[in-house]
Every structure is written in C-alpha cells, then in structure tokens.
Design a binder for this molecule. Structure first.
Ligand SMILES: Cc1cc2nc3c(=O)[nH]c(=O)nc-3n(C[C@H](O)[C@H](O)[C@H](O)COP(=O)(O)OP(=O)(O)OC[C@H]3O[C@@H](n4cnc5c(N)ncnc54)[C@H](O)[C@@H]3O)c2cc1C
Ligand SMILES: NC(=O)c1ccc[n+]([C@@H]2O[C@H](COP(=O)([O-])OP(=O)(O)OC[C@H]3O[C@@H](n4cnc5c(N)ncnc54)[C@H](O)[C@@H]3O)[C@@H](O)[C@H]2O)c1
Length: 480
C-alpha cells in the first residue's frame, strides 16, 4: 500500500471540503483532499441548483395559468416534459462543470480519489490503495437521503432527489413521502408541471414551520394545489405492473388505494459518517453515532479532528457548509491554536410558492430565552397593497422581539418574496438591531416590504415601545 504523510487531510470534496482545503492551504502545502465519489458537489449536481431549475419551470407554468386573473389569456398551457428536463440537466451540468473546473484546478498531488476510512486517529486508508498519515483531519463527507425500510417495496420505482434530475421526461404521477423542505419544493414543482402528486407526512410537521397558525395556513394553501396529509396513515406500499400502489387512510374518504408512477422518498437526510470507521478515530459521539463538536471551532472534543457541512448534521445548508469548511480548514492547519469562527444568524428559505423563511430564534426559543418577556408582531399579506397588485396576496409573517431591550429576535414567514424579506430580517438580526431601529430604515412604496413594516409596528406596540399603529395609515398607501 502506498503511504503518504500530510499536515492536513480533508475527507470529501463537496462545498465544505473544498472550502476547508482552500483555508488550510493558506497555511501549508502538504495537504490532501480526498473524494470517494464524483466531483461536482451535492449542491450543484443533485441539490440546490437542479431543484431551483425545476422550480423555475414550474413557476413559469404557474404564472401563465394565473394570467387570466389580470385579463391576460395565453391559451392552453402546454408543458413539454422532455424540454423541461433537458433544460434542468443542461443548466445543472453547466453549474457542475464550474465546480469540477475549480477542484481540478487544485494541484494534482493534493487530490486523492477513493473512499476514506479511519484506521486510527491519525491514519486513513483511501480506496484500499493509499494509507495517509495525517497530523490533522477535516471530515466533510456530506449527507445522503434517509430511506425508511418499507419504501423498499416500491422496488425500482423508489426514487430520491438524485434520480429526479436524471429523468428525460416528466412522469404522470408521483407519491411524495416527506413534506419537509425537499418534498415541498420538488412536490409542488412537479404538481405545477402537470404531474399528479399526493404528499404523505408523519407527526404533523410541515417544512421548517414551527408556529401552529402559520403551519395550518400553509397546509391549507398547499392543499389547494395537491393533496397533502401531514399525519398520513399508510397501510401498504407495493410495486405493481404499472407502478407503485399505495393504500392509505384519508380523513374524509376512509381507506383509499392509489397507484403512482414513482414513490419519491424525501424523508430527511443522514450524515455520511457511518462508513468512516469513526470508532477508530477516538472521538466522542452522540447516540446516533455523530461526532460531538464545537459550533464555533468545528473541533471534535480537543482532538486534531474537525467536522464541517452536512456531515456534522447541525445546519445542513449550503452557506453554512461553506462557512464551516472555512473555519474547520483554518483550524485544522492552525491546530492546536484553534480559533472561534464567525457563525452567522440562522436563516432558512424554502423555495415553494408562497415561500417560507425562518430567521433567528423560533417562537419556542424566544419563550425559553425571554421567560415570556417577548411579543409577536403580525401581518397578513392577504390585504397587503403590493402583494394584491401582483396577485401574490397569500401568507403571514410573524416577527418576535424582546420586551425591555426592544431587540429583534427572529421571524417565521409563509408568504410572497420571503427569500428577500428573510435576508432583510437576518441582516437586521445580525446587526443586533432593535425593532425601533429597524423602523427607522426606508420603506419604498408600493413594495411587499411595507408588510414587514406593518408587522414591526405591531410588534413595537405589543412590546409597549411604539405607538398604537394607525389603521389604514397613509404612508403605507392603500392596503399597506
Ligand atoms: C434536493 C436538495 C436541495 C437543496 N437545496 C438547498 C438550497 O436551496 N439551499 C441551501 O442552502 N441548501 C440546499 N440543500 C442543502 C445543500 O445542498 C447541502 O447543505 C450542501 O450541499 C452540503 O455540502 P457538503 O460539503 O457538506 O456535502 P457534499 O457536497 O455532499 O460533499 C460531501 C462529499 O464527500 C464525499 N464523501 C462522502 N463520504 C466519503 C468518504 N468516506 N471518503 C471520501 N469522500 C467521501 C461525497 O462523495 C461528496 O462529494 C439542498 C440539498 C438537497 C439534497
Ligand atoms: N431551500 C433549502 O434551503 C433547502 C432545500 C432542500 C433541502 N435543504 C436541506 O436539506 C435537508 C434535508 O431535507 P429533507 O426535506 O429531506 O428533510 P426535512 O427534515 O426537511 O424533512 C423530512 C420530512 O420527512 C418527514 N418524514 C420522515 N419520515 C417519514 C415517513 N416515514 N413518511 C412520511 N414522511 C416522513 C418528516 O416529518 C419531515 O417532514 C433540509 O433540512 C435542508 O437543510 C435545504
């Protein structure tokens, strides 16, 4: 077996791993980046980018169908599944090619191909061909779909997100299991592209939504487009000659059987740490076998091992993977002079329509931290001026603030332009602004952000800081 001795070994050449490699290489050129699969990252090849490409096609179809409300009649909307999927794959491949170009731009001697596993805390075997002795290690092995056992009965008709983006054409029907972030984004997009979709969930959860009022509103809205039961009772899943037969109980219609072309498993993701022989790394793990680590340094205990991105199962998002990789790579190179890195405030966006945004603390966390010394401001987008103008007047925004200090704490939203409003709120939170300070910022007219101002005014009043908001105030314009 070939032997290598390096200062830093990074396992996984995804977003976190590439970011860790770049950060560590500022300190040392004796480093390896190990990749067991294809270059290209989850985000570009089967995650963020192809899912948004599919959603873009669905949005386009939806806008055409919506046009008659403005007196505009585009005629019958015809969706060519082959063309839809061809664009998704073509643009996806373009994004992937940029990533591959970047990773192949790293010196060849720094790159190793093959599955890595620990032989001991400092020894890693790669593809059973090379043994690397590493002074420090970054684990950045990502995650993979979690597939409950009984889905196996769907046999070759069981698909995950990776498979969808390889389709040449759109199927006739898909049963989506898991109304989480992936299920909602892909399920709604497929439905808007003319695919018959039914969505099954468990235990009432819906995406990242925590507030009952917002969750029920969102559930009702999604159910106007496709059937979605967040507490489904599924009795049977079986492969038949023409697809996957599913028997389930429907609250209104009792036991039903429906057959679909595919079963999409969107039931969460699992960190790729179980194939690393992590027990040989001598680091503490939680009950699920995930290594324990520090949120600010990404260090596992006080060891020479760091863990970043989806592999650590904390906040499986792209911008977090990039940040964590940078911090972990820098610290691996500096070890034992480990430093706390900048962690940004929590921000999550779901690209459904209406979109979902979550910022900062959840309502439960605000309650725990403030011992009930907090308030919730609200706006409904149903009557909001700009939202009505463009026919996107659905949704609710809740904003949270702390009594006394008047600090803004967080927000949950299901509504129009949540991807942009989420950013404004997250930036205000990271700047530690009070609700009063946020209200001193400019609000143009007529814009959806005026709805944010309405919610912030409502919050400031409930915090006993601001005045009673004026009903139908003129600076909000009609319907502000
Ligand atoms: C459908 C979908 C949509 C998404 N949309 C968004 C979005 O809109 N916005 C957002 O912020 N996030 C989104 N995400 C999440 C985002 O894609 C991930 O958080 C991010 O890509 C994680 O990056 P990573 O570097 O941790 O993992 P990856 O990019 O998966 O990299 C891990 C790498 O490690 C390699 N590897 C694994 N085990 C080994 C081993 N033993 N040896 C060697 N190599 C190994 C893998 O082959 C892989 O290349 C989405 C995810 C999915 C699935
Ligand atoms: N827009 C984005 O930022 C974006 C988009 C997609 C994915 N992601 C990331 O990927 C991660 C994984 O996404 P995900 O949607 O797979 O996970 P998730 O945790 O968001 O959702 C999983 C869903 O599956 C449900 N579920 C679990 N077991 C089930 C079963 N047996 N039957 C039916 N439903 C079941 C859960 O109740 C939950 O609603 C997300 O947490 C997110 O961080 C982000």
């Amino acid at each position: 077996m070939e032997k290598r001795k390096v200062d830093v070994a990074v396992i996984g050449a995804g977003t976190a791993g590439m970011s860790a490699y770049r950060a560590a290489r500022k300190h040392t050129d004796n480093i390896v980046l190990i990749e067991g699969g294809a270059y290209g990252t989850t985000c570009a090849s089967v995650g963020c980018m192809p899912s948004k490409l599919l959603i873009a096609a669905a949005d386009s179809a939806h806008q055409l169908r919506k046009a008659p409300m403005f007196g505009v009649h585009p005629g019958d909307v015809r969706i060519d599944g082959k063309e839809v999927m061809a664009r998704v794959r073509k643009e996806r491949d373009r994004f992937v090619s940029f990533v591959v170009e970047a990773v192949e731009g790293f010196p060849e001697a720094d790159r190793l191909r093959g599955q890595a596993r620990f032989l001991s805390p400092h020894r890693i075997v790669v593809g059973e061909k090379v043994e690397v002795e590493a002074a420090r290690v970054v684990i950045a092995t990502g995650s993979r779909p979690n597939i409950p056992g009984f889905f196996k009965d769907a046999k070759d008709r069981l698909v995950v997100n990776d498979d969808i983006f390889e389709w040449d054409d759109l199927p006739g029907s898909v049963a989506v299991f898991g109304p989480g972030i992936i299920g909602l984004e892909l399920g709604q997009a497929l439905s808007r592209l003319g695919v018959r979709v039914r969505m099954f969930g468990v235990s009432g959860s819906l995406g990242p939504l925590q507030e009952d009022a917002i969750r029920s509103y969102a559930l009702k809205t999604f159910n106007e487009e496709f059937p979605l039961d967040t507490s489904a009772k599924v009795r049977l899943v079986e492969r038949t000659d023409d697809g996957v037969r599913i028997r389930f109980s429907d609250a209104d219609r009792g036991e039903l059987t429906e057959t679909f072309d595919y079963l999409l498993a969107a039931t969460g993701r699992r960190p790729n740490v179980d194939s690393l022989d992590i027990q040989n790394a001598d680091i503490a793990q939680d009950d699920h076998g995930s290594p324990l680590f520090d949120h600010y340094t990404l260090q596992c205990g006080d060891s020479h091992i760091f863990i970043a991105g989806d592999a650590n199962n904390e906040v499986p998002l792209l911008h977090e993977a990039a940040d964590e990789g940078r911090i972990a790579g820098d610290n691996a190179a500096r070890y034992p002079d480990v430093r706390a890195g900048l962690r940004r405030v929590p921000l999550g966006i779901v690209f459904t329509d209406p979109q979902i945004a979550t910022v900062g603390m959840t309502l439960k966390e605000a309650n725990e931290r403030c011992k009930e010394g907090y308030a919730v401001g609200e706006v409904s987008f149903e009557g909001q001026g700009r939202s009505r103008v463009i026919g996107a007047n659905k949704g609710i925004l809740h904003v949270y603030g702390e009594r006394g200090s008047g600090l803004f704490l967080g927000a949950e939203m299901f509504g129009p332009a949540a991807e942009h409003i989420g950013h404004l709120l997250a930036w205000s939170l990271q700047k530690r602004m009070t609700v009063s300070e946020m209200l001193t910022m400019p609000f143009y007219h007529p814009v959806i952000e005026e709805g944010v101002r309405t919610a912030l005014r409502d919050l400031n009043r409930k915090l006993d800081i601001g005045p009673q908001p004026i009903e139908r105030c003129l600076d909000c314009g009609p319907g502000g």
